[in-house]
Design a protein around this ligand. Structure first.
Ligand code: ARG
Ligand code: ZN
Length: 880
């Protein structure tokens, strides 16, 4: 069943207050809900004729239904699989609903469920309807109160949104706590937690001087893993005040960590719930990357308090209103906390590797989709990271000051409302006076714009001509698209690497005011620009900072790429030039005869990066990472993944052999003497050292081996330990690999977050991630079919990261994924529908692969009791 944006209707009834009472037991939970309804004055139809009341419900047992104090007669209501309909209702009324649910049997992890010994909830997008009957749509906002009753010994901590207002003991060893949330909110922001949890306290004083209680709740064994999240939270709170003028609005802010969680985290009002892997960290158990991720996710969920909760979405087609904007905010924050260039490289990598692939695949959709079947399938990179790029482009077009004026206006104008992406753009227009009419196409048109760039230099006139052609590929259901409004940042370099002035006319040249970087605005299918006053042919630095989420084609020579790698003042483009050079070299190696050697200029460039300690080491650490097989495959039509993998390895090994001495020197130069630190320099040092180690072990270097063994043994932090483990797992040292893997498991077997890393390093490896090993991992006692993190760590890492084994020419990898997805569909359809995604890209690959992938999808399609989630993805992938 497809839902269309164009069918949107305002709700017929509104809910002013929702008073909930939960009785939690081991064999189920009883939910008493008292809802104050009134007809929606904005609903014409209902004003005139009086519509039936329709409430959403899913997997509920209705125990009682009382309207204005009287039981509703069976003839006056109807219960179906998805709806409770009450036929005749007055203008205003109170409905009391009692439902019985079974959290202990809830394996979908939507609504109220049990994770280990605790109760917790996940209500976005449509989980609240698994708790009680309710108009479960974001434009119905109610004031909630929540009374939780449970056994006091097993569940001493009882949490919900807002402020605690009452608590006390009940008979039979039970107790209760009542919470009140003063802010009206949609049901998707409701949360409840009950468990035997440890509380960590902190506080933050807001810019207006209010003291906010900060609390983190975790299982007692995680006591030492809370500090970083709480510190990140305080940094995020201060940053949002400084950067957006946004202050926190309740007296208490809580974070809870749960082990079983479908996604990363959830921004429930005042009570954020996190996947343990996205919030718990200590030096010994979390890598630098994990710390970085935690900081950004903690900030992301906190920032939602304004961009999501105070101003929410009218309907789920508007999901990017909160997600795109909030991802933009969290990337700005991370950039400010560390290196903005490095953060930009990371964002662009995700976008170009995975979001571009989504845009080119069967599930391609616009940032504001026009239709969907199952909303959980639309928590995508397009909604999140392309949505963030769209906001970033508005920021680029308006500049920081007008953008801030726009965000102030947006928050002020729509506080307490459920609105659309169009309302967001309108606020930006009204505050800045800029016309963003054409820009809105970014929300409506799916697909990645392509810019084809050519140039010529007119020596006699001293003029450089740059031509840009914009095209937008067809996507399912969308053809013949309009040109979009694209901010295109440009720089020009002279032959000594100096920045040249960009004068668009002879007059501007004469004025002497021409800037050294410009943001050109592309609005037509093709543009030509002239740059005056150039005494030699410049080298262009195109799309600086990755100023728009587009593909750029231009026939760079390798000399030009080397030149940009060394001289561009834009760090992002220095990195990008290195990537393009490496891609060019690797692509040349695909299927090349043995005697073709790797371009010595690439070796020279890498030698320079590894050896010159005066370069920005954080940038160098990124520049040394060769483009992944996933990205190389994304760039190729009819990809043969094993062939790409072999070519990439050939280049990697060639580099490692040629630069062997430099790698050892780089490793030694970057050994840390002092205590563990998390600053950008220390992180860059560990990253460089781990890259050097990985390369040395790839060529079975004996000195590398002893450095690696020492590093593994002496590591006082997970980045070093995992770096060494990973290097051995991917090396030819079979005994060391087995020994380190074994030692690692013995050391950390009691820590689920570390065991997850242990699973995924094996599942993602060419050597340990063959199918027989993957099957063994699934049989391992620590594997758990009910835990999404374990599933992702093994099955997700295999299909998503271990491309060479997944794309085994015999089709066994595809068959394996199909089997696991079918199995999971019965317990957790949301996870099944996500895991299947590597198969959905079947059309991209060479025929011998693609046919087998298609066959695996068909097998899933024919499964009995296919869930709605999986049906949508598989059906759309197979459609022509
Ligand atoms: N709003 C959450 C976040 O981005 C994600 C929740 C996703 N939930 C889901 N069922 N898909 O922070
Ligand atoms: Zn979010």
């Amino acid at each position: 069943q497809t839902i269309y944006l164009s069918d949107y209707k305002v709700p017929a009834y509104l809910v002013d207050t929702a008073d909930l009472r939960f009785e939690l037991f081991e064999d189920g939970a009883r939910v008493h809900s008292t809802l104050a309804f009134r007809r929606n004055p904005d609903c014409q139809e209902n004003q005139e004729t009086g519509a039936p009341l329709q409430l959403h419900g899913d997997s509920l047992k209705l125990e009682s239904l009382v309207l204005n104090g009287e039981a509703v007669a069976p003839s006056n209501y109807n219960v179906s699989d998805e709806l409770l309909t009450v036929n005749q209702v007055p203008q205003h009324f109170t409905l009391q609903v009692v439902t019985w649910i079974e959290p202990q049997n809830n394996t979908r992890l939507e609504g109220l469920y049990k994770s280990a010994a605790m109760f917790c909830t996940q209500c976005e997008a449509e989980g609240f309807r698994c708790i009680t009957y309710f108009p479960d749509r974001p434009d119905v906002m109610a004031r909630f109160s929540t009374r939780i009753e449970a056994d006091k010994t097993a569940y001493p901590v009882l949490l919900s949104n807002g402020n605690p207002v009452e608590q006390g003991d009940l008979s039979d060893g039970r107790h209760f706590v009542t919470w009140e949330d003063p802010f009206p909110k949609p049901a998707y922001l409701f949360a409840l937690v009950a468990g035997d949890l440890l509380e960590k306290q902190d506080s933050f004083t807001t810019m207006s001087g209010r003291k906010v209680d900060l609390r983190m709740y975790v299982e007692p064994r995680n006591s030492e893993k809370c500090e970083y999240a709480l510190d990140s939270l305080k940094r995020a709170m201060a940053w949002d005040e400084q950067t957006y003028g946004r202050e926190y609005d309740l007296d208490i802010f809580m974070i809870v960590a749960v082990d079983d969680f479908n996604m990363g985290a959830m921004e429930n009002k005042g009570l954020n719930i996190f996947n343990s892997s996205c919030v718990l960290a200590s030096q010994e158990t979390a890598t630098d990357m994990a710390f970085e991720r935690i900081e950004s996710i903690v900030a992301h969920e906190y920032f939602h308090n304004w961009s999501g909760n105070r101003v929410t979405c009218r309907d789920w087609f508007q999901l990017s209103l909160k997600e795109g904007f909030t991802v933009f905010r969290d990337t700005q924050f991370s950039g400010d906390m560390g290196s903005a260039t490095v953060k930009r490289i990371e964002s662009a990598t995700v976008l170009r590797t995975a979001q571009f692939a989504e845009d080119a695949g069967p599930m391609a959709h616009s940032v504001r989709p026009a239709s969907y079947m199952e909303i959980t399938n639309f928590y995508t990179l397009t909604i999140y990271v392309k949505g963030a790029e769209v906001v970033r482009m508005i920021h680029t077009l308006l500049g920081p000051d007008l953008f801030r004026k726009g965000s102030d206006l947006y928050f002020e104008r729509h506080d307490g409302q459920a609105v659309t992406t169009d309302d967001f753009v309108k606020a930006m227009e009204d505050a800045s006076g800029r016309d963003l009419g054409q820009f809105r196409l970014w929300y409506e048109q799916a697909g990645t714009p392509q810019l084809a760039i050519s140039d010529e230099y007119d020596e006699s006139a001293g003029v450089y001509h740059l031509h840009v052609k914009q095209t937008l590929p067809d996507t399912p259901g969308q053809t013949d698209k309009q040109p979009q409004h694209i901010p295109f940042a440009l720089g020009l370099l002279g032959s000594r690497g100096e920045a040249l002035a960009l004068a668009l006319s002879a007059d501007e040249l004469a004025s002497g005011d021409a800037p050294q970087e410009r943001v050109l605005e592309l609005t037509e299918a093709s543009h030509s620009f002239e740059f005056h006053g150039l005494s030699e042919r410049p080298v262009s630095s195109l799309l600086r900072h990755f100023s728009a989420p587009v593909r750029v084609s231009y026939s760079w020579t390798r000399e030009q790429l080397l030149f940009l790698m060394n001289h561009d003042s834009d760090g992002f483009n220095r990195w990008d030039a290195g990537q393009r050079l490496a891609i060019d070299v690797i692509q040349q190696m695909i299927g090349a005869p043995k005697d073709v050697t790797v371009d010595a200029r690439l070796v020279g460039a890498f030698r320079h990066l590894i050896s010159d300690a005066d370069l920005d080491q954080a940038l160098v650490a990124k520049m040394l990472v060769l483009p992944t097989v996933a990205y190389l495959a994304e760039l190729t039509d009819g990809a043969d993944v094993p062939a790409i993998h072999r070519a990439r390895r050939r280049v990697l090994k060639h580099l490692a052999i040629a630069l062997r001495d430099e790698l050892v020197a780089c490793y030694r130069r970057n050994i840390d003497s002092g205590p563990y630190q998390l600053g950008p320099e220390a992180v860059a040092r560990r990253s460089l050292r781990n890259t050097a180690l990985a390369w040395l072990l790839l060529i079975n270097d004996e000195e590398g081996r002893s450095l690696g063994l020492g590093q593994y043994r002496d590591a006082d932090n997970m980045t070093d330990r995992m770096g060494a483990l990973k290097a051995f797992v991917n090396s030819g040292y079979d005994d060391d690999r087995a020994a380190t893997l074994n030692d690692f498991y013995q050391t950390f077997q009691h820590d689920p977050q570390v065991v997850e890393q242990w699973f995924s390093v094996q599942a993602a490896s060419r050597r340990t991630g063959q199918l027989s090993h993957i099957h063994a991992l699934l049989e391992h006692p620590a594997f758990d079919w009910k835990n999404p993190n374990k599933i992702r760590a093994v099955i997700g890492a295999f299909a998503g990261q271990n491309l060479v084994n997944f794309h085994n020419p015999d089709g066994s990898g595809y068959q394996f994924l199909a089997d696991q997805v079918c199995k999971l569909d019965d317990s957790n359809p949301q996870i099944a529908a996500r895991l299947v995604s590597p198969l959905t890209r079947w059309r991209k690959f060479a025929p011998e692969y693609s046919q087998q992938m298609q066959a695996a999808l068909m097998q899933i399609r024919d499964k009995e009791n296919l869930s709605g989630d999986l049906y949508e993805v598989v059906y759309k992938s197979l459609a022509d």
